[in-house]
Design a protein around this ligand. Structure first.
Ligand code: HEM
Length: 501
């Protein structure tokens, strides 16, 4: 066999044990365009060959790991279909032969010609696993207790804002269906529902969608998102400035995961889902009302500058640490440079100087980089979310107020993968974003008072580079948590050998 001319997937299939050859790998492929988006600012995914070689060195099996975990924020359309299992025996009996062939492993997403029409991933809440009679302790208390247990004291959410499905007990699992069209997603959902033959019912669903035209890749406030996910050993080659993190921080049982788990849980990951509503007109009004006063900038540019300092990046994605007063779209679109910073500069006091980037900036709060010595390698997540909801309407723009019409709600369907929720998402939210005592201020984008009350005024310093002591008070939350749940995204072999009967 002349390996050099054999596509990676054929080699992978030939080399994998039986559980790693789901028929989805073998089914007819009709794709000529990617189901993923690829804005220039975002790190490119490794090619199938690069990933095969890196994963072989690290002992990662990319045909066994569900595809959403490592690929980041690149989905075009994605449906989160939350379900209740009403007949667990029937459900389990359909999982192996019916659903498993549809589940998309990482290896399949890396080249267009191996991508399915719709990528399918599946994850379970603790309640869902219990319903399936899976009683093993996966070693994560946050997962075991469910997100509702974290709601006020840890995450700082006001419970009354939660979607009733997240506050209730009906969510047993979630299908994540990603494609380039909503029609494809809906067709795959119908196929799954037919296969599951009435064993599940819909508990709730949320349709995510990349924003249109030149806003593709940008979240609803307008900022390019998904640039600074960590590089994972065994998967991606690090770009300049990108932190390299052990796979075990995201995948159970891999190097860096120190918790004892049931053997079948290996190569699964905990998925923290959050429906985060964004009050875009209110955010825009705040920026205009509190625009900075750099004499070299126009009023609009001064409003943009304030937003960039709250986020830590300009809307283009250029980091304010590298370009503090003017946006630099060329830098933003260059993955070799757009993540290559750590907040330190020659002759610069990292502990007091906020001229480049405020301590409170969302980017800095959620990853302080050189602000911690040694640089933190314990508290990382892979963000894999997608915007949801329509663009701001003219009426909302005119009134500067978000509509109360539920069909006009917009925000971020936030997804974070980690092997330890209390060290990952929950840590970042509680101990960094919500913690005014940690690098001085509450995150102006996602921070709350940490006690479960909405719209508690926050007073970050450092937003105005001309006078870092100036307090610009934020009276209301621009991001409102509508709730969420913690899930376990099992490996393909776990679905076949443990969850299916
Ligand atoms: C609606 C809510 C949110 C919005 C609009 C938002 C927006 C953004 C944007 C625009 C970036 C910069 C792009 C990038 O570097 O990838 C970013 C980075 C980041 N965000 Fe968020 N985010 C939200 C929620 C969250 C939450 C809930 C967390 C975790 C608790 C989080 C953690 C992070 C992390 C870790 C980074 C990268 C920091 C770095 O490595 O430098 N974000 N976010």
């Amino acid at each position: 066999m002349r390996l050099a001319f054999v596509p990676f997937l054929a080699v992978a299939v030939a080399l994998q044990p039986a559980f790693c050859t789901p028929s989805s790998v073998l089914k007819p492929r009709t794709r000529t365009n990617s189901l993923l988006i690829s804005p220039a600012a975002l790190p490119a995914l490794p090619s199938a060959q690069q990933a095969a070689s890196a994963s072989a060195d690290a002992g990662l099996n990319l045909t066994n790991i569900q595809g959403d975990i490592l690929i980041g924020m690149k989905k075009n359309k994605e449906l989160f279909f939350f379900f209740t299992i009403i007949n667990s025996t029937l459900f389990r009996s359909q999982l192996g032969s019916g659903i498993l062939p549809l589940i998309t492993p990482t290896s399949q997403l890396l080249a267009v010609d191996t991508q399915p029409t719709t990528a399918v991933n599946l994850a379970f809440s603790q309640r869902g696993l219990t319903t399936l009679d899976i009683t093993d302790d996966l070693g994560d208390t946050a997962f075991a207790n469910g997100q509702i247990d974290n709601v006020a004291s840890i995450l700082g959410d006001e419970t009354s804002n939660w979607e009733s499905a997240f506050a209730g007990t009906s969510i047993h699992g979630v299908f994540l269906l990603a494609s380039d069209t909503v029609d494809n997603v809906n067709a795959t959902l119908s196929q799954i529902q037919a296969l599951l033959n009435g064993s599940i019912t819909e508990a709730y669903s949320l349709q995510g969608e990349a924003r249109p035209a030149d806003q593709q890749g940008h979240e609803h406030f307008g900022f390019m998102d998904g640039i600074s996910n960590p590089a994972v050993t065994g998967f991606s080659t690090p770009l300049p400035g990108q932190q390299v993190i052990d796979p075990g921080l995201f995948l159970l049982g891999e190097t860096g995961d120190t918790v004892t788990r049931p053997a079948w849980a290996k190569d699964g990951s905990f998925l923290a889902f959050r429906q985060l509503q964004q009050r875009v007109p209110e955010f825009n009004k705040f920026l205009v009302d509190n625009a900075l006063s750099n004499p070299n900038l126009t009023a609009d540019q001064n409003a943009e500058l304030l937003g960039a300092r709250m986020m830590g990046r300009w809307k283009s994605g250029a980091p304010v640490d590298l370009t503090p007063t003017v946006d630099d779209p060329v830098l933003a679109a260059d993955p070799q440079r757009n993540n290559n910073f750590n907040y330190s500069h020659p002759g610069f006091d990292l502990d007091t100087d906020q001229t480049h980037c405020p301590f409170s900036a969302h980017l800095r709060k959620t990853n302080p980089r050189a602000g911690l010595t040694p640089e933190n390698t314990a508290n990382h997540i892979i963000r894999a979310g997608i915007p949801y909801g329509p663009e701001v309407t003219d009426a909302e723009n005119a009134s500067n107020v978000s509509s109360t019409d539920p069909s006009l709600e917009r925000g971020l369907a936030f997804v974070a993968y980690q092997s330890d929720i209390n060290a990952g998402f929950a840590f970042l939210q509680q101990f960094w974003a919500n913690n005014a005592g940690y690098v001085f201020e509450i995150d102006p984008i996602i921070g709350t008072d940490g006690l479960g009350q909405a719209d508690v005024p926050r007073s970050p310093s450092g937003l105005d580079p001309a006078d870092p002591t100036r307090i610009i008070t934020i009276e209301q939350d621009f991001v409102v948590s509508r709730g969420g749940e913690y899930f376990f995204s099992p490996s393909l072999s776990a679905i076949q050998n443990t969850l299916a009967i």
